[in-house]
Write a protein that binds this ligand. Structure first.
Ligand code: ADP
Ligand code: MG
Length: 338
């Protein structure tokens, strides 16, 4: 077989496949863009679990008419200049891949207005191609609607779960983002039903009450622990909130929701002697670490994150939780063990 270069359309579809796996990937990328744009209100509308329609509307800074086509090009970003910036990245995005990926595998309409401009723009993309762009009146912010996800990648389309399941995955993500961004009012609307509506008060506990109810919220112990270079805030559950699963152990590192089994393990270990083998404490935990201790760039979707010196981080983490439990008189240590 002769070696030849792939054409751009194929390259984009392959790249899109790494970022956009199912409806929730679209919602995640668009919500992260809204947050990076400084929005304090985000509305998400999905139909048929997101397969037919996903709309994300924000009141952030918007995109200017001239920048709009570029925003949908691969590797185009306003958030990163050089590789050194990655260590101190404050934005959720930086790879400049989301909009190009979404538009490569769906039909996309965007309406946006960048604050200083008087008029907004409306553009339509189909399978990655810009079909039409014109000026229009619009409020400050951006609304992106994604229809017919994977219409041109049938293998991916087949791999989606039933609508209800995809919807639940989207709701779960929106809840996690709502917890980590309690200052943003987040509304999720599924098939014309409001399934999440946070107030955006800036108090995490208000979101927790909304999601878990007041009873659970009353059984959470606030975390506030610092042991350089780590800082922990959030909540851990008292012994009334023990569960037989780990779904309510939620971790954020520098504001980003992440999954990490070692941290989950460390949380369980902090409760050692106070719960049974199959029981797991609740935890909604915000971990702050210096950017140089993290590599967020190991996977395009960025839910996995590499913590350098992870065993030390887990140890400090466990100590922090243990001390918090002790201060709350939840556990009484004999012999001062950590
Ligand atoms: P990244 O977020 O990694 O920069 P994206 O493809 O998600 O890449 O977005 C490309 C660029 O488009 C962003 O860097 C940003 O400048 C702009 N953009 C995307 N979504 C929004 C939004 N909702 N509001 C304002 N600007 C946006
Ligand atoms: Mg982005």
């Amino acid at each position: 077989m002769k070696i030849k270069m792939l054409n751009n359309e194929t390259i984009n579809k392959i790249a899109a496949g790494e970022v956009i796996i199912r409806p929730v990937s679209v919602v995640k990328e668009l919500m992260e863009n809204a947050i990076d744009a400084g929005a304090d209100q985000i509305v998400i509308i999905i139909e048929a679990g997101g397969k037919n329609r996903i709309t994300v509307r924000d009141n952030g800074c918007g995109i200017s008419y001239d920048d709009l086509p570029l925003a949908f090009k691969r590797h185009a970003t306003s958030k990163l200049d050089t590789i050194e910036d990655l260590e101190n990245i404050n934005s959720l995005g930086f790879r400049g891949e989301a909009l190009s990926s979404v538009s490569a595998v769906a039909k996309v309409q965007i309406i946006t207005r960048n604050d200083p401009e008087e008029l907004g723009s409306l553009a339509i993309f189909d399978g990655g191609k810009l079909i039409n762009q014109r000026v229009c009146a619009y409020n400050r912010g951006t609304e992106i609607t994604v229809r017919d996800l994977f219409f041109n990648t049938p293998a991916r389309r087949k791999h989606m779960e039933k609508d209800k399941k995809e919807e639940l995955i989207v709701r779960d993500l929106a809840q996690k983002i709502a917890i980590s961004h309690s200052g943003i009012r987040i509304q999720v609307n599924c098939n014309d039903r409001i399934v999440l509506d946070t107030k955006g008060t800036g108090n995490v506990i208000d979101v927790v009450k909304e999601l878990y109810g007041v009873d659970i919220a009353n059984n959470l112990i606030p975390l506030d622990y610092e042991n350089k270079p780590m800082k922990l805030t959030g909540f851990v559950g008292n012994l009334k909130t023990l569960r037989n699963h780990r779904e309510d152990q939620i971790f954020f590192i520098n504001g980003r929701y992440i999954k990490n089994n070692h941290l989950a393990q460390a949380l369980d270990e902090a409760y050692e002697g106070y719960c049974m083998k199959h029981q797991h404490p609740m935890g909604i935990i915000f971990i702050e670490l210096p950017g140089r201790m993290l590599d967020v760039n190991i996977h395009p979707a960025k839910t996995e994150i590499k913590i350098l010196n992870e065993s030390l981080v887990c140890l400090l983490f466990k100590q922090g939780i243990r001390e918090t439990l002790r201060n709350a008189n939840l556990i009484v240590d004999v012999g001062g063990e950590a």
